[in-house]
Design a binder for this molecule. Structure first.
Ligand code: XIL
Length: 320
């Protein structure tokens, strides 16, 4: 009943697009992916720009391959993601659509994508990163909220639920590991959605952590307050990046600190009843998004680029 997952690398801005990607080209990678995990999350392959590249064309190839792979290996899948401000295709962001058209586009997308994998997805990140760090809805950079208003979030959950009544539907974000303005905003939103009878089932923390900022020591109590609302919780994108000079390697002390963060994140989830899904954002530094997105930081995963297990790997294994 407890799932340990990883993102499946492919399609990212930091990798060659769109093929070959590690999932299709790296045998050692696939072997570890199949053996070490009970859940998988497409890192990019179900995002709008990947799966819906033109208004009248979907590209399900990579997503299908991941879902098939997961089933062959008796793994569950976390779908990611349906309503987000980022990684949307040009045709959508630059398009000149009426409100009515946009609503129809979103509804059709959710119905099509969720419907295609109905019965095969354990959890869907329906809404991703809809609040900023101050806890304000992203009314400027999120096209859906900007053009259609905040009510579109509830609609997205309703449409997803109609397309796959068995999937658990999540709100997912970063910088919500602690009790803070942003996680407070989610706490309030969840209550509001539940009062309206909206099918929202989970709240998940991405947990892109950095040793620069310390471990969010109230992670467990934060998860508990969502548990108390009746929601499932999950850790969905854990990685722990650190500062390493160019060309350098992490020190043993840095790797111990990193292992400690991984262990504490897993312990927090294990300690909360409804936290049954724990996903790391890739398992090897070989394909990590971190060095490309965070200047001067890297080495965020549990295996080196050569698939050597780091202290963080053993910390997770010993905690399970
Ligand atoms: C990242 C991927 O890892 C990269 O490959 C891609 O280029 C950008 O997105 N929050 C999320 C994930 O919800 O989808 C992001 O994934 C990392 C932050």
């Amino acid at each position: 009943g407890f799932y340990v997952g990883t993102a499946v690398a492919g399609g990212g801005h930091h990798l060659s697009q769109p093929y070959p990607d590690p999932f299709t080209s790296d045998k050692e990678y696939r072997r570890i992916l199949a053996r070490q995990f009970s859940s998988v999350s497409p890192e990019n392959q179900m995002k709008w720009d990947f799966i819906h590249p033109e208004r009248d064309r979907y590209d399900f190839g990579a997503a299908d391959a991941i879902v098939d792979f997961a089933e062959r290996n008796r793994q569950v899948v976390r779908g990611h993601t349906l309503l987000w401000h980022s990684q949307n295709p040009e045709w959508l962001e630059q398009g000149d659509f009426s409100q009515e058209e946009l609503r129809a586009i979103l509804r059709e997308h959710i119905t099509t994508v969720v419907g295609r994998y109905a019965g095969r997805i354990q959890q869907w990140d329906v809404a991703n990163e809809i609040f900023d760090d101050q806890g304000r809805l992203r009314t400027q950079d999120n096209i859906w909220i900007r053009e259609l208003g905040p009510g579109v979030v509830a609609d997205a959950f309703r449409w997803a639920h109609a397309a796959d009544p068995g999937a658990k539907l999540f709100l997912n974000d970063y910088n919500v590991e602690s009790v803070n303005a942003k996680s407070d905003a989610y706490h309030a939103l969840v209550q509001d959605l539940l009062e309206q009878g909206v099918p929202v089932h989970g709240f998940s923390v991405q947990a892109h952590l950095s040793t620069r900022y310390g471990f969010p020591s109230d992670l467990e109590s934060n998860l508990r307050r969502f548990d108390a609302l009746g929601l499932e919780t999950a850790v969905t994108e854990l990685d722990v990046r650190m500062d390493v000079p160019e060309g350098g390697r992490p020190t043993a002390a840095q790797e111990r600190t990193q292992a400690d963060y991984y262990r504490r994140a897993l312990s927090a989830c294990l300690a909360v009843d409804g936290c049954d899904s724990f996903t790391i954002w890739g398992f090897t530094d070989k394909y990590s998004w971190v060095p490309v997105f965070f200047e001067g930081e890297g080495f965020a995963n549990v295996m080196t680029g050569d698939f050597v297990r780091k202290p963080a790997f053993w910390a997770l294994r010993d905690t399970l």
